[in-house]
Design a protein around this ligand. Structure first.
Ligand SMILES: Nc1ncnc2c1ncn2[C@@H]1O[C@H](COP(=O)(O)OP(=O)(O)OP(=O)(O)O)[C@@H](O)[C@H]1O
Length: 300
């Protein structure tokens, strides 16, 4: 549904994207992840047709952002850092104003619906300049959703939010994706937040894709060692057990190094022949640990 092929973008003499390739399936939530300055915002702006690439092609539902920007913007919503809200106007007036620009039918109904959905209805008459960061973020999301877009581009949607605010926004996005099958591309450099909601990930660095795939694919490709902590009564008299390196990290706590998840069950069965197991946990399965492994290999 969205494909990006060999896209290059430069600003003046600075090359910002140098051969971006990735695709996003319809109805998926994709995390575009990378350090500051890696080109995430630039990629979003290219996809939204606001700027054009020097080289490469992009396709969204059969349209090209470079030539059919207006069509793309009708089918998509975008939330960027600035959000483009009018601080001197109330929440309601901001949304009414944009609903007219977007030609939203039954604009007032839609505005009220979104204000309620984003918990802003009680504050609808206050000037946006007096809103908290969280309220502004939620209003920016509401604005992007006025015309019920099929695709949503979000640039750091949780920046500046407290834990409750982050949970609310991510929860809303997950519901939106589930109920409306909205395709969502989220740029972020906060990996932990995206673990639960993305179907797949694109890891970027310096304007290139270092790795991309679903969590399962990334685990298979980059999780070479599984660090398994086991709470057990097992006595050790060696630095390996059942062929796996192991180290004692507590009175009843052992840390096994396995080469794949497939080795977990046989190991646990072996231990259970001898003694009890109370719990097991894979220590290095966070998205962050995969990200660091991707970057480590790239720098090798
Ligand atoms: N309009 C522009 N003119 C000149 N340089 C730009 C422009 N937009 C972006 N850049 C440069 O392109 C590089 C990538 O910026 P971009 O905002 O795409 O990165 P990012 O991954 O979104 O970073 P961040 O996580 O900090 O938002 C940066 O070095 C930035 O200074």
């Amino acid at each position: 549904m969205i494909t990006v092929t060999n896209v290059h973008k430069r600003f003046g003499s600075q090359s910002v994207l140098s051969g971006m390739n990735f695709s996003v399936g319809k109805g998926n939530i994709v995390g575009l992840l990378g350090p500051n300055g890696s080109g995430k915002t630039t990629m979003i702006r290219l996809l939204n047709g606001v700027i054009k690439p020097e080289q490469g092609t992009m396709e969204i539902n059969g349209f090209s952002p470079a030539t059919d920007g207006n069509v793309i913007r009708q089918m998509s919503g975008i939330v960027t850092e600035g959000a483009g809200l009018y601080h001197e106007m109330s929440g309601t007036d901001n949304l009414l104003f944009f609903s007219e620009i977007y030609g939203v039918r039954k604009g007032r109904e839609r505005v009220d619906e979104l204000l309620k959905e984003f918990d802003l209805y009680d504050h609808r008459h206050k000037k946006v300049g007096t809103y908290s960061t969280g309220m502004k973020k939620r209003l920016a999301l509401a604005k992007a959703l006025l015309h019920k877009p099929k695709i949503l581009f979000l640039d750091e949607p949780t920046n500046g939010l407290d834990p409750d605010g982050i949970r609310d926004v991510l929860g809303y996005l997950a519901r939106l994706n589930k109920n409306e099958q909205t395709t969502i591309i989220i740029c972020s450099h906060v990996l932990q937040q995206l673990e639960d909601i993305c179907h797949s990930y694109v890891f970027m660095e310096e304007g290139r894709v270092l790795a991309a795939g679903t969590r399962q694919q990334l685990d298979d490709d980059f999780l070479t060692n599984v660090m398994l902590r086991v709470e057990t009564g097992l006595k050790l008299d060696d630095t390996s057990y059942f062929g796996h390196p192991v180290e004692r990290i507590g009175e009843t706590s052992l840390l096994f190094t396995l080469s794949s998840k497939g080795e977990i069950s046989p190991l646990l069965r072996e231990i259970l022949k001898e003694t009890w197991i109370h719990s097991t946990i894979i220590e290095n399965v966070s998205l962050e640990s995969i990200y660091f492994e991707v970057r480590r290999r790239n720098n090798e």
